[in-house]
Design a protein around this ligand. Structure first.
Ligand SMILES: [Zn+2]
Length: 513
């Protein structure tokens, strides 16, 4: 029987290596469900079933979000939470293993962000660790949770606001990347408020009596124009973008209702809130100019992320022990072909394929610069509980992101290998957290004395805001009947690529050199 932490870590590695089939099945299955934010019904039911069968207790009444849940196993302290996002990207449907645009269903959503892999990774590491904890009678509680509607920054601030993490001592978050990596401090992400402005005016015959109409669409257009002029005078650290979700029904009816949905991003909480207030002012002015009325609804929010130094350093030691997966010739052929297809090497024309060297530990970034752009609502958790993110190499470097190209590896050996290596690094770090109280103490000390010493968390959402459960419902209703025909059937096919009849890898002639 294993008797020391080092031997237990070796045992974790062996145990996870023995679960290749389970890794492949979970990754392929969730890839085939491809569900947008707040609509992850199949994905959540599937994951909950696996966890229940493995002894976890499931609480599904989370903030009234139908696809959210928390799974727990073990008893007492410490409570360590592990989570990952589960939703996908609109219009990113793509056949896995194919290095050019070839959707499974034209226009349907797909895993163009790789969120089909994180929960499988967490389950593999949790089950391997649970076996040792049971046998060695190691006290503590493992808590698994999904990032529902991460693409809408839709839920994690609510998990925090409503107390679902109040007893948690530390949290590990996993996110797909193109290397096995972690870091600490401000990791360069923005935070944001996601807000929909709705204008109401008056309908009229657009030709017969336009003077009797008040156009809500005019208000939307004026608002966007106002914001785009304002952009020149904003700090370069901001990012903001919008889509018009309702621009009226048809040209001969003056639009009585119109909506525009904004993401307002910045590198610090005060700047996010300042820009949010400016945006509201511009919306109010647009309503005044058009004689319409304006209301707004917060659909999501995120704090910029900050990760825990002692936890990241412990995790990085484990990452060095695990190392990168061994890529096959086929894996590299697919990676290089997709890099060429989307010209990710421009302007240097170098197409490096998959990494063969570990990234260094990511160090803190300066919030007066914005080099990363994006956000993740893990930020809200990271400002309330010592948290670290683990990135694992299931995808290809230098792809556009939120794009079909980011889906092509996500049900192939590249994804499976990345998940296996990530599960090992996570399981080893979990073991450190459960058996080494000094690590938990120093994580807490960093959180209290360094991270939150000057910056105090204030929620972006108010007590009255509610999760936007209805988002994406219509899109999924439109595509789900067709998508169901392509759900992965592991009883008949070894892999999802086999089910779809895909040869691995499928590349355009000449693109693999
Ligand atoms: Zn993501």
């Amino acid at each position: 029987m294993a008797a020391s932490p080092a031997a237990w870590k070796a045992e974790l590695v062996k145990e996870i290596d023995g679960k290749q089939k389970m890794a492949q099945e979970m990754v392929d299955m969730i890839f085939s469900f491809a569900e947008l934010g707040f609509q992850e019904f199949e994905t959540s039911a599937y994951l909950k079933k696996i966890l229940r069968e493995n002894g976890f207790t499931i609480d599904s009444s989370i903030n009234g979000i139908p696809t959210a849940w928390i799974a727990k196993w073990g008893n007492g302290k410490p409570v360590i939470a592990i989570g990952s996002d589960i939703d996908c990207i609109p219009k990113a449907s793509q056949k896995p293993g194919v290095a050019y645009h070839d959707p499974i269903i034209q226009g349907a959503p797909g895993h163009g962000e790789g969120h089909n892999s994180g929960l499988p990774l967490n389950i593999l590491s949790a089950l391997a660790l649970k076996k040792i904890m049971e046998r060695e009678k190691i006290p503590g509680t493992l808590m698994l949770w999904p990032g529902v509607a991460e693409e809408q920054l839709g839920t994690k601030a609510y998990y925090i606001r409503d107390g679902y993490f109040k007893d948690v001592n530390a949290c590990i978050f996993t996110h797909v990347g193109s290397n096995l990596a972690t870091g600490y401090g401000d990791n360069g992400y923005t935070g944001l408020v996601s807000v929909k402005f709705t204008f109401k005016g008056q309908a009229a015959h657009a030709a017969g009596a336009p003077w009797r109409g008040k156009s809500a669409l005019d208000a939307v257009e004026l608002m966007n124009t106002g914001w785009n002029f304002h952009r020149e005078h904003m700090e370069p650290t901001q990012r903001s973008h919008y889509v018009i979700t309702d621009g009226g029904d048809q040209p001969n009816v003056v639009p009585s209702e119109a909506s525009v949905w904004y993401f307002i991003r910045e590198r610090t909480y005060p700047k996010i809130m300042q820009n949010f207030r400016d945006c509201i002012k511009i919306a109010e002015s647009s309503a005044a100019m058009t004689g319409t009325t304006m209301t707004y609804q917060v659909l999501g929010s995120a704090w910029p992320t900050h990760f825990n130094q002692p936890m990241a350093e412990a995790m990085y030691e484990n990452i060095k022990q695990v190392g990168l997966p061994v890529w096959s010739r086929e894996d590299q052929t697919l990676a290089v072909a997709i890099q060429k297809e989307v010209r990710s090497g421009a302007p240097t024309d170098s197409f490096p394929g998959l990494p063969t060297q570990l990234s260094p530990l990511f160090l803190p970034r300066d919030p007066s610069f914005n080099l990363m752009g994006g956000s993740d609502d893990i930020g809200d958790i990271s400002w309330n509980i010592p948290t670290v993110s683990l990135y694992y190499p299931s995808n290809v470097p230098n792809l556009p992101g939120h794009h079909w190209a980011n889906a092509i590896t996500m049900a192939t050996p590249i994804a499976y290998k990345g998940v296996i290596s990530g599960a090992k690094a996570e399981a080893m770090t979990l073991l450190d957290l459960f058996i080494n109280p000094v690590l938990l103490d120093s994580a807490k000390a960093y959180f209290v004395n360094v991270q939150t010493k000057m910056t105090k968390y204030e929620p972006i959402i108010s007590e009255k805001d509610k999760p936007a459960n209805g988002l994406n419902r219509k899109i999924m209703e439109e595509y789900r009947p067709e998508m169901k025909k392509y759900y992965y059937d592991p009883s008949r096919y070894k892999t999802y690529m086999e089910q779809l009849g895909i040869k691995y890898p499928t590349v355009k002639p000449g693109s693999d050199q």
